[in-house]
Design a protein around this ligand. Sequence first.
Ligand SMILES: Cc1ncc(COP(=O)(O)O)c(C=O)c1O
Length: 390
Amino acid sequence: MEPPEVGELTPPDRMLMGPGPSEVHPRVRRAMSTPLVGHLDPAFVDLMDEVQELLRYTFQTDNEFTIPVSGTGSAAMESAIANLTEPGDTVLVPDNGYFGDRMASMVRRAGGSVERVDAPWGAPLDPDDVAAACETHDPDVVGFVHAETSTGVLQHDVPALTETAHDHGALVVADTVTSLGGVELRVDEWGIDAAYSATQKCLSAPPGASPLTLSERAVEKVTSRDAPVRSWYLDLSLLADYWGEERAYHHTAPITNVYALREALRLVAEEGIEARWERHERVAGALRDGVEAMGLGLASESWLPSLNTVALPDGVDDTVVIDHLLAEHGIEVAGGLGDLAGDVLRVGCMGHSARPANVLALVAALGDVLADQDADVDPDAGLAAARRRL
Ligand SMILES: Cc1ncc(COP(=O)(O)O)c(C=O)c1O
């Protein structure tokens, strides 16, 4: 067999303003080019401690069980859901976006039965509806998506949800994939029992080592299960031996991804978590002001700074806008999913991508592309409004 001829790797230079990945900070890229050590080397063991400490700060939690799960956000998601759902458990899952559906699939695979809390795509859950569903179904676990990437909806009133769930004896699992490090999130103060996330959103590291934190109550449920978790790889009682006191071999950690995460979290600590939330709000606020002044609206009832769903004018083809932004301006954004497919653009403003220069370039390019399509927009007004906010 002849060896295939494959050229040198030369990825195009993109401005990543979609639903993730976001742009990786140069310091994180440099951390990834440092030499490997063994995953049980004393130097790596120290580094694991540092990553756990930095993760606790970023999640705003004292939870001992706070680790990066090897794999993308879905791996952290599945470990939370599969470990906290015992066969026969009832789990409440939101019905207002794509990632609530994924939660539901994972619950079923773990042997649980799913009950849905309804809200339209584009709206958050109403805490009264969660309370009514708890009354009716008496769930063992209540899941919610803090930042729904498919709709650009921020779930507010989180303490109201967790209080209701706890009153019914249920544990609360939060999807914080698009909020961790970008939007206010206080795991302990808000009473969240398990929160999972990913690195390629507001933390601006490549995907591959995904944050997860469990409260003591959640750890108790994991360690006192009757049946073992069906997945060996994601069994948190086994992973606890690797990330806990023992540091016993379970699998080979993705060392380079852990380096990347450590550097990304150091950047969070240096900036300060509150200042970082404020930056996301300010920079994404300029994006919002810009698109609104241009003549467009946001399609979400509960604004999520890290993911903005921009409603497109009638008659504009979303794929043409997305293709032109990429081909002519090197800017990546995405289209809508599910009920919002074809109607919106999903524009991320996450981590290292949440910078004034990126937002100004995006607002200018979007105005040009829409004007080229004869949409009724005012690109100059958009750019002026974004500048004013910054
Ligand atoms: C809200 C939410 N949950 C879960 C995931 C799954 O993460 P990953 O694609 O890293 O597996 C994503 C990915 O975009 C997400 O946005």
